[in-house]
Write a protein that binds this ligand. Structure first.
Ligand code: JFZ
Length: 582
């Protein structure tokens, strides 16, 4: 072939590849990218865990079962033959898709993800692939997902399904049920007979899906997960997949449940799945509802770090969302109706967070300072080099007096917060994007870093956070669930540190051993990093330097605090752990 012919051929191939019909895969990539942008703008979604587990609601044969409600079949080792009987009682007469969709809308949630099938294997929609489903196996006999998906579409709320693709305790070849099915698995049989057919049903029967939320990967091979991904993208190229599909085949990343990274986190788009109390599926005795102030602050925190917040409700077996949950969501919605400009469609903070006074989101020409812990009348903000034109409260439009000297901004604020939850201070700047002084950029780690109890995941159902004293308490050791604080650095922290500990403890309950651990990788017990004894402080907050050094390596998953031996000092109040680079 002559050079000229080669050149012509090369040009032709280039043009063909650029054409929209050239390749289905390229097309899917483009639609995925677009869907991801919309997903990023939405910021806030509703998670719904609803299934047969809402009937026992945390209690089996008169005995309380610890842990998350939707795991009751596993935790109580309930045989399939017994658990299946629950279907005959499932009759959610109170269910109204329009009400659930409207609640999401009122709460300012822009997408919804509901369990089509959880680990118990029961399909909450009309499935041809398995008769173990809500239409064929219950007295209700209808498909609630038809109504719900239509109600969401009508209100412009994105709609997606949770689907447990790997664990299925109802199937001999699904993962997880070792009490009925001890024999070896044939993942391929399960994948081809149940997962792929059901996923196809979900993608063809409920309109446009914003996403499918897979969970707890483990058994399926990389090739099998690729098949699953291809099945979804072929039917709906714009349907997003989360990272829990496994083998790195997702479009965006999930943090651990209720786990918010301590600083800005930017490894692709991410989402925090979170509970409103201590369970996903309904449990009748769980009344540990999170405070709206805390949830609103967490939403600002997550948006400031570049994430989305997927907040869960667990409806009852009758099909009602608990009233306490509804009230909390309405409160968040009222705040968002006024302050949504500082959440939706924003970019994350270009600034590092020195403490828990403020969080930050940005839009062109605007810096939104979310004052989540009121600083009092004199608020100093450092690190902004762009010229400030104007400052005002988003909630009431009132001008806020300020002085700008070099990289320091001093605001004069009211004594008390104008907004009980989160007062947004809008700072209008002369630049389109803020110029940030060196040393204040989000990815620079300071010499001293505070790990606040507020930025930790509260692990365990007894642990409580108190906003007045900014501290966590009730570090009980209950059966196999430890009450601990877990901080997620997500890779940003490797190094060696001296450690200080800020806490308060009544002298009468002092004496337990405490432990600061580092979790290596994803699984296994925390490696013990530092230990000490809880000393009495006459109930006043003190800061104590601890013996030894804390070593954090890249890939370490989290840092923990807890009482490993006894819970005599469970009432200790922990405010923060301070790391100083050695
Ligand atoms: C999973 C489920 O097992 C659970 O029932 C619920 O549906 C939840 C949303 O997801 O649980 C997980 C999965 C992953 C982590 C923690 C809990 N994780 O990575 O930390």
């Amino acid at each position: 072939m002559s050079f000229r012919r080669l050149l012509v051929a090369a040009i032709l191939i280039t043009i063909l590849c650029a054409l929209p019909w050239a390749s289905a895969a390229d097309n899917a990539d483009g639609q995925t990218a677009q869907a991801l942008r919309r997903f990023d703008e939405n910021k806030f979604g509703m998670f719904i865990h609803w299934g047969l587990y809402a009937i026992p609601a945390g209690e089996w044969k008169g005995t309380y079962v610890r842990g998350i409600g939707e795991w009751i079949m596993n935790r109580a080792r309930i045989p399939v033959k017994e658990y299946e009987q629950l279907a005959k009682q499932f009759n959610p007469v109170k269910f109204k898709g329009a009400e659930w969709a409207q609640l999401a809308k009122d709460a300012g949630m822009r997408y919804m993800v509901i369990t089509a099938k959880h680990h118990d294997g029961f399909a909450m929609y009309g499935s041809k692939a398995s008769s173990y489903n809500v239409v064929d196996a219950t007295p209700y006999g209808k498909d609630p997902m038809k109504e719900l998906s239509a109600a969401c579409a009508q209100r412009g709320v994105g709609f997606g399904f949770y689907y447990s693709q790997d664990q299925d305790w109802h199937e001999p070849n699904g993962r997880g049920n070792t009490w009925d099915f001890p024999a070896e698995r044939k993942p391929k049989v399960y994948l081809e007979n149940k997962v792929l057919p059901q996923v196809k049903e979900l993608l063809t029967g409920y309109g446009t899906l914003s996403l499918i939320w897979f969970d707890t990967p483990g058994m399926l091979s990389e090739e099998q997960v690729s098949d699953l991904r291809r099945t979804v993208k072929t039917l709906q190229p714009s349907c997003l997949l989360n990272s829990r599909i496994g083998h790195g085949k997702g479009d965006y990343f999930q943090t651990g449940d209720n786990a918010i990274p301590i600083q800005l986190y930017s490894k692709s788009k991410w989402e925090v799945p979170a509970t409103l109390n201590d369970t996903w599926g309904y449990k009748k005795n769980d009344q540990n509802w999170k405070d709206p102030a805390d949830l609103i602050a967490k939403l600002a925190d997550i948006a400031s770090k570049g994430g989305n917040y997927l907040l869960n409700v667990g409806p009852t077996a009758e099909g009602a969302i608990p009233e306490a949950a509804q009230r909390v969501l309405q409160t968040i919605g009222k705040w968002l109706a006024v302050n949504g400009e500082a959440i939706y469609g924003t970019a994350p903070s270009p600034f590092y967070f020195p403490d828990i006074t403020w969080r930050c989101t940005v839009k062109p020409g605007k810096v939104f300072l979310h004052l989540i812990n009121w600083p009092g009348p004199n608020f100093r903000f450092e690190g902004l080099e762009s010229k400030v034109k104007r400052a005002y409260f988003l909630g009431n439009g009132k001008e806020v007096p300020f002085r700008q000297e070099g990289r320091a901004l001093s605001f004069t604020l009211p004594e008390t917060a104008p907004d009980a939850y989160n007062t947004v201070l809008v700072v209008e700047i002369a630049d389109r994007t803020p110029r940030v002084a060196p040393g204040y950029v989000h990815n620079t780690l300071p010499a001293r870093l505070d790990l606040y109890a507020w930025t930790a995941r509260l692990r365990g159902e007894e642990l409580r956070y108190d906003r007045k004293t900014s501290s966590a308490s009730n570090f009980r050791n209950a059966e196999r669930d430890r009450n601990e604080l877990w901080w997620y650095p997500y890779g940003a922290l490797s190094g060696e540190y001296n450690v200080e500990f800020t806490y308060a403890c009544d002298d009468r309950i002092a004496g337990s051993r405490f432990q600061i651990g580092v979790q290596k990788g994803n699984q296994g017990p925390a490696h013990v990093a530092l230990q000490g004894r809880v000393e009495g402080t006459k109930a006043a907050f003190v800061t104590r330097r601890l013996d030894g050094t804390l070593r954090i390596e890249p890939g370490d998953q989290h840092i923990s605090f807890g009482l490993p031996d006894d819970d005599k000092s469970a009432g200790i109040k922990v405010r923060k752990i301070t790391l100083t680079r050695r």
